[in-house]
Design a protein around this ligand. Structure first.
Ligand SMILES: *Cc1c(COP(=O)(O)O)cnc(C)c1O
Length: 355
């Protein structure tokens, strides 16, 4: 078998959950496990985060998988349901839904449910992705409140700029002013808001990326927030080449040696989820030592510089990201964010859950 593997650390997940609790001391925690728990594996992540008060995901099938795996906490569908049939099934599994659009309110009014469903009524406070406008929010709330199919209503929004200098003051003010006459639990905070804006922690926080130990704030290391990486993506050297000065390596011959260069071939490529855009010079660790990638990433392999690592040979372990190389460092070199790399780890990469 190819030596590539993603190791998922349950203790790092629990540590990062503790960091959420350190910041949001009184809020309940809705752990966000969409996209297969950001590429880490839905069910074992949910079990490792058993202290969470709830789990948020996207597809009804994932929510049912969680229920069938014995998860008894609240489960929230972040885009709500897409048909009346899904609505009936969600209600029967006691799955909560986001309501973000008038058409979903209509569906709720017309449906025949076996039990009332808990909804998170989402306000658009300027992200302009999902949510009712502040001007239609109160009337939507009253409509839902009058509907027999509705159990509890939680008030919700999502910030576009919690991670940068623009901050959340304006949308937070708009949210608070709109809901000031309502008495209901509120949920506003993603990871960046949890770490940077305590005034918006409210009743339920919704951490995603920070649970997995990558940074939600570009330019700030995850370690600055005392977060620990959960995934370690490892492989091994499967061949070694020595380039003479002037020789190249890989497709497009994009790296040419300016001196004799020892090159390691690593069993990991873009079909495993490693970014093809990672340029020559992206950090990588071989036998625990930092070095850099060379040339173009191919589908199943990539290249690294072993010139200063003469003891390395076929079989030597490689870390693509994890404990020595942060996923954020690989992301930054590749012009993206840790979120994208973690979510992109391919199904063909074997996952090993470790303590
Ligand atoms: C994905 C998501 C989150 C989690 O965001 P992070 O930045 O990963 O913490 C929270 N709330 C909503 C609505 C989301 O879609």
């Amino acid at each position: 078998m190819r030596p590539i593997q993603a190791s998922i650390s349950s203790s790092a997940l629990q540590h990062n959950f503790g960091i959420v609790k350190q910041h949001a001391t009184t809020a309940k925690v809705m752990a966000v496990v969409k996209a297969n728990a950001y590429g880490h594996g839905l069910i074992h992540v949910a079990h490792a985060l058993n202290d969470a008060d709830g789990f948020a995901t996207l597809n009804l099938s994932e929510a049912i998988d969680l229920r069938e795996a014995g998860i008894e906490q609240d489960i929230l569908l972040l885009e709500g349901v897409f048909s009346e049939e899904e609505l009936r099934i969600a209600a029967s599994f006691e799955i909560s839904i986001v309501v973000h659009h008038a058409s979903q309110i209509k569906m709720l009014e017309n449906a025949k449910l076996t039990r009332p469903i808990h909804v998170y009524l989402k306000m658009n406070t300027g992200m302009n992705r999902l949510g009712l406008l502040p001007s239609e929010y109160l009337s939507s709330y009253q409509q839902l409140n009058a509907c027999q199919n509705i159990g509890d209503i939680t008030l919700m929004t999502h910030f576009a700029t919690a991670d940068d200098d623009i901050g959340i003051a304006a949308p937070l003010k708009q949210f608070n002013e709109t809901v000031k006459t309502l008495t209901a639990p509120m949920s506003l905070a993603n990871s960046a808001t949890i770490l940077r804006h305590p005034e918006a922690h409210a009743d339920w926080v919704r951490p995603g990326i920070m649970l997995y130990g990558a940074t939600p704030v570009g330019g700030t290391l995850a370690s600055k927030f005392d977060l620990k990486p959960v995934m370690q993506l490892t492989s091994a050297i499967i061949a070694v080449q020595t380039l003479a000065k002037g020789e190249s390596v890989g497709y497009g011959a994009s790296f040419t040696a300016s001196k004799q260069t020892r090159v390691g071939i690593v069993a990991c490529g873009y079909a495993d989820g490693y970014p093809r855009h990672a340029p020559s010079g992206t950090p990588i660790a071989v036998a625990g030592a930092m070095t850099k990638t060379l040339g173009r990433v191919s589908m199943d392999m990539l290249f690294c510089d072993l010139t200063n690592l003469p003891e390395v040979n076929v079989g030597t372990p490689v870390e693509l990201w994890g404990n020595i190389i942060s996923v954020d460092a690989v992301a930054e070199a590749s012009g993206t964010v840790g979120y994208e790399l973690l979510c992109a780890v391919a199904p063909r990469v074997p996952v090993k859950v470790i303590a």
